[in-house]
Every structure is written in structure tokens, then in C-alpha cells.
Design a protein around this ligand. Structure first.
Ligand code: PDD
Length: 286
């Protein structure tokens, strides 16, 4: 298996060992990123590294690598992975101080740094043709969902409920607002307008989301609104789709027991998905 980058060294995954006193293990005190590459080319890496730097800054961990050093790590992981479409996982935790204490160690200790690669599993043709089902669940997360923290217990519980219900994603609903998925952002077409939740502490600022919003605004053909989607309005949507780095634009054609629009992926999704794929092909290294 491809080597992983672990605390500055390249080692086999089974040699990358974390202390039982690591704060990532004890407290979930760390942040992460998932960066895709398609046809062996990174997509959105600069934006992901910017978000990583922001997540680290928000919790006072010094970024262990410069952007140039991160890029060198990413390039090697993509080159060595035995798949053309690659998902790179980065995790940085606050490291391993000698004693368990909730407060940040003072002076700080070296963070624990991992970067690894795995193949991106393609979304099945059946899902692309017929769309996926999502369920709605209460959002049990905290008030800083903009930080890409490794504390994912509410997200994994939501996703597990989706899996148990035979659905692909869970839509998180807080105080009557449909915010985003357990691991994706949410878009709905309501009365001909494309709507997604505004950036803020209740969602993760998805790189795919931000790129799509920018693309739609540049095209200028579809009204693009960043505003809250009330839970009941979700069921008035003619189209719904969810975005993430590893799944692009995933059409949602059933929510709970209701069909969305015609019950098949819509035309707006098809056009935007096509244009987004073009964007992926056009890029140089970004
Ligand atoms: N998740 N919202 C949440 C809560 C997420 O976890 C993710 C991504 C997104 C989409 O962000 P992006 O477009 O930058 O991938 C939105 C990753 C893929 C994960 O946890 O595996």
C-alpha cells in the first residue's frame, strides 16, 4: 500500500503509530481536510489548504507545513496512489503533551501530522441516473461547524441513520432550517432560484459549494441565493442536490418518503453538473 506522510516521514501505514496520549485520540483535538485529485490532477488544493490553515488558526495550532511543503506532500501522494482519482486525507492534531489536561499545553508541543491517499470510489451509474435518497435528521452538532474538526460524532450518527434507512445522505435540520448534509453541502431549486445556506458557524464552507456558487454567479443564467432553506420549503423544491469534494454534485431525488420534483435528477442539476465537470477538465493545477 502507498506510504503515508506521518510527522515529517514517509512510512508504511502500519508503521504510523499515534500515542495513546495524543490529544486527537483523547479529546478529538484536531482538524482535517479531504482533497481530491481527478485523472492524477489535484482539484481545489489551494482552497483546501486555505481552509486547513483557517481551521488550525481557529483552534490555535500552528500550521506544521508551508503551502509549498503541503503541495509537495500532496503531489507525492497523488503520484504514488494506484488510482487516477484520489482522495487525500490530512489530519493535524494538537500532539502529545506529557499529561492529560483540557487546556492547551503551554508551551505547545509538536502537532501530530498525517496525510494519506485512497482511491475515490465512483458514484454508481444508477445513482447518477436515478438520483439518491436522503433523510432529514436533527442537527446535533456544535456552534462552530465552520471549523473542519475531527469531532464528527454527530455527523457519523446522522450518516449512520441514513445508512440504516437505506439512504445515501442525512440532511441536518437546526431550528427549522435545512443546513447541509452530514458530509456535504445542500442546494435546492425553489421557484426557479438556486438556494444554499449562507456561510457561517452552522455549516462547513465547502470548497465544492463555493466553487459552484462562483460558477453559477459567473454564468449569470440562474438566480443564486445564499440564504437559509426552511425545512418545509425543501419539499417544494423542484430539484435538490448535495456537493462534496469526492462526490461532486449528487442529485437527491427522494427526501424521507417524498419524491423531489419529478423524482428523477433535474435539468438544472444536469447542466450544472456538466459545467462543473468542464471546470474540472479546464484547470491547471489549482
Ligand atoms: N466532507 N459539509 C460537511 C459537514 C462536510 O463534512 C463536507 C465534506 C462538506 C463538503 O465540503 P467540500 O466540498 O469541501 O468537500 C460539507 C468530507 C468530504 C469528509 O468529511 O469526508
Amino acid at each position: 500500500m502507498t506510504q503515508v506522510f506521518f510527522n515529517g516521514d514517509w512510512v508504511a501505514p502500519e508503521q504510523a503509530k499515534v500515542s495513546v496520549f495524543d490529544r486527537g485520540f483523547l479529546f478529538g483535538d484536531g482538524v482535517y481536510e479531504v482533497i481530491p485529485a481527478f485523472n492524477k490532477k489535484l482539484f481545489g488544493a489551494a482552497d483546501h489548504l486555505t481552509r486547513l490553515a483557517r481551521s488550525l488558526a481557529e483552534i490555535d495550532i500552528i500550521n506544521p507545513l508551508t503551502d509549498a511543503q503541503w503541495h509537495a506532500v500532496l503531489d507525492r501522494l497523488v503520484a504514488e496512489c494506484d488510482s487516477d482519482d484520489v482522495s487525500i486525507y490530512i489530519q493535524v492534531s494538537r500532539g502529545t503533551p506529557p499529561k492529560r489536561d483540557h487546556a492547551y499545553p503551554n508551551p505547545p508541543v509538536a502537532p501530530t501530522v498525517l496525510a494519506s491517499a485512497s482511491p475515490i470510489a465512483p458514484v454508481s451509474p444508477a445513482i447518477r441516473e436515478q438520483g439518491a435518497r436522503a433523510i432529514t435528521v436533527p442537527d446535533w452538532r456544535w456552534q462552530r461547524c465552520d471549523i473542519k474538526s475531527v469531532n464528527l460524532l454527530p455527523n457519523i450518527m446522522a450518516r449512520q441513520q441514513a445508512v440504516a434507512a437505506g439512504a445515501m445522505e442525512a440532511i441536518l435540520v437546526r431550528e427549522g432550517i435545512a443546513l447541509e448534509g452530514a458530509a456535504s453541502n445542500l442546494f435546492a431549486v425553489i421557484d426557479g432560484e438556486l438556494i444554499t445556506a449562507p456561510l457561517g458557524p452552522h455549516i462547513l464552507g465547502g470548497v465544492t459549494r463555493n466553487r459552484l456558487v462562483a460558477m453559477v454567479r459567473t454564468q449569470g443564467q440562474l438566480p443564486m441565493l445564499e440564504c437559509p432553506i426552511p425545512f418545509d420549503r425543501l419539499f417544494d423544491a423542484s430539484e435538490v442536490f448535495m456537493t462534496s469534494s469526492t462526490r461532486d454534485l449528487l442529485p437527491i431525488t427522494r427526501i424521507n418518503e417524498h419524491a423531489v420534483g419529478s423524482g428523477l435528477p433535474g435539468e438544472i442539476w444536469a447542466t450544472l453538473n456538466h459545467d462543473f465537470q468542464q471546470l474540472k477538465l479546464q484547470r491547471d493545477r489549482v
